[in-house]
Design a protein around this ligand. Structure first.
Ligand SMILES: Cc1ncc(COP(=O)(O)O)c(C=O)c1O
Length: 406
């Protein structure tokens, strides 16, 4: 393991860094850098400190290598949203418990999930979806008796950087009838919600738990599972959240105050928080035009969110030059022919960055690597495992510097 100084501004990491070693080979294609230790640390954190069960939301990064790391670190339950994710996780981790948490599913997908992959847990937000689940899991017209059904509530997403509030979730006026009907069809009944991704304030969960409480009181049903969804943040430039323990404390206290039995279970489904630190990308500057850098990955690669929702990621120059040059703000163009392939940033790098330089773009383990395409023939094919620290972390000391010496 290489040791790095905690550093800000113009500091540089010591010579001998594993990322620098890769850059020295002057790769012509982007390189995905994986940090298994960072995913392991995040998983252990949730397994040990979340006051209930932590499911991994596979959509954030479905890489089989990552799934195995999480499994080995104690994550036994997985939130899957499609039959493709179900097949993948079932094949990669045959003993994992899969929960089909997309509220709008194809009937064929529900049947295959239940009969071929042993999936018993489904979410829903309408009576129509409930009927579909019951139909798809019946045998010779006889309804299944082993279903765990979670009714998804619509909750406020205003504390999150990325709203998931418009599309799914039952409205208050419909919840009572839905809970009642789901109770009749289920072995275990649950309530779930999603406060939106990258929720910046723990109070998001307190407010949503208020909705859960109202729903339970109104419907007067026994609830066996409360699933607070994902939304746990990671750390990015301009988005430094409170510690995760503050989220866990709020969730624990509001869960304890719910009118539910002692045996009721508390679940969460983090995606981003478990894998953001797992991967970064080493890109090369192919051209500089003023404060615009043309790099060899972009909107159709791992930088979809940087291009389309202006997400900012930490960056650092990997260069033989020192760290003496003042930083300035850059935007990036990706390698495809589209104007849309632009990441506005701003990304702060030493002012003398130029063609041929390498840049590491950090925190791409969640919704970065997972979303890339091979459009226009570009994209990262090479993957390297490195053992240095990620460019930012919620699970220890941050050691961000904007230059790595070759
Ligand atoms: C149902 C569900 N659970 C969990 C997640 C993971 O959310 P996050 O990555 O914000 O933790 C998502 C993300 O879209 C989701 O839709």
């Amino acid at each position: 393991m290489h040791k790095h100084h905690r550093a800000l501004g113009l500091a540089s990491t010591p010579v001998g860094n594993p990322v620098a070693d890769i850059a020295k080979s002057r790769p012509a294609q982007p390189v995905t850098l994986l940090r298994p230790h960072a995913a392991r640390r995040a998983a252990r954190f949730f397994v040990e400190k979340f006051p209930g069960r932590s499911l991994y939301a596979v959509k954030a990064n479905p890489s089989p290598a990552l799934l195995k790391i999480l499994w080995d670190s104690g994550v036994t339950h997985y939130d899957v949203a499609s039959i493709g994710e179900i097949r993948l996780v079932h094949e990669t981790l045959p003993e994992a418990v899969l929960c089909f948490m997309h509220p709008v599913k194809a009937e064929e997908a529900i049947s295959e999930a239940y009969f071929s992959h042993g999936v018993k847990t489904f979410s829903l937000d309408t009576l129509e979806e409930l009927e579909k689940i019951v139909r798809a899991t019946s045998t010779d017209g006889k309804p299944a008796s082993d279903l765990n059904l979670l009714v998804r509530l619509q909750v406020n997403n205003e504390h999150a950087k990325l709203s998931l509030g418009a599309k799914f979730g039952a409205q208050p006026a419909d919840v009572k009838a839905l809970l009642f009907a789901a109770r009749q069809a289920s072995d275990a009944l649950g309530i779930c919600f999603h406060v939106g991704s990258q929720a910046m304030a723990p109070t998001a969960y307190a407010e949503a738990m208020g909705r859960v409480r109202d729903a339970i009181v109104d419907a007067a049903v026994t609830v066996d599972i409360v699933d607070v969804g994902g939304g746990f943040p990671s750390t990015y430039p301009g988005m430094e959240p409170p510690p995760l323990e503050a989220y866990f404390d709020v969730i624990h206290s509001t869960f304890e105050a719910l009118p539910i039995s002692y045996s009721a279970e508390l679940w969460c489904e983090p995606g981003r928080a478990l894998c953001a630190e797992y991967a970064s990308l080493l890109v090369r500057v192919e051209k500089r035009r003023g404060n615009e850098l043309y790099i060899n990955d972009g909107a159709y690669g791992a930088l979809f969110d940087a291009a389309h929702i202006g997400w900012r990621y930490p960056v650092r120059l990997v260069s033989e030059r020192g760290a003496k040059v003042r930083p300035m703000d850059f935007s990036f163009y990706g390698p495809t022919c589209d104007d849309l392939d632009r990441m506005a940033g701003p990304f702060q790098l030493p002012a003398d960055v130029d063609t041929g330089d390498y840049i590491e773009i950090g925190m791409l383990g969640a919704y970065g690597c997972a979303m890339r395409t091979a459009f226009n023939g570009f994209g990262a094919e090479r993957t390297e495992v490195v053992d240095d620290e990620p460019m930012a972390t919620l699970y220890g000391e941050t050691q961000h510097s904007n230059v790595v010496r070759l």
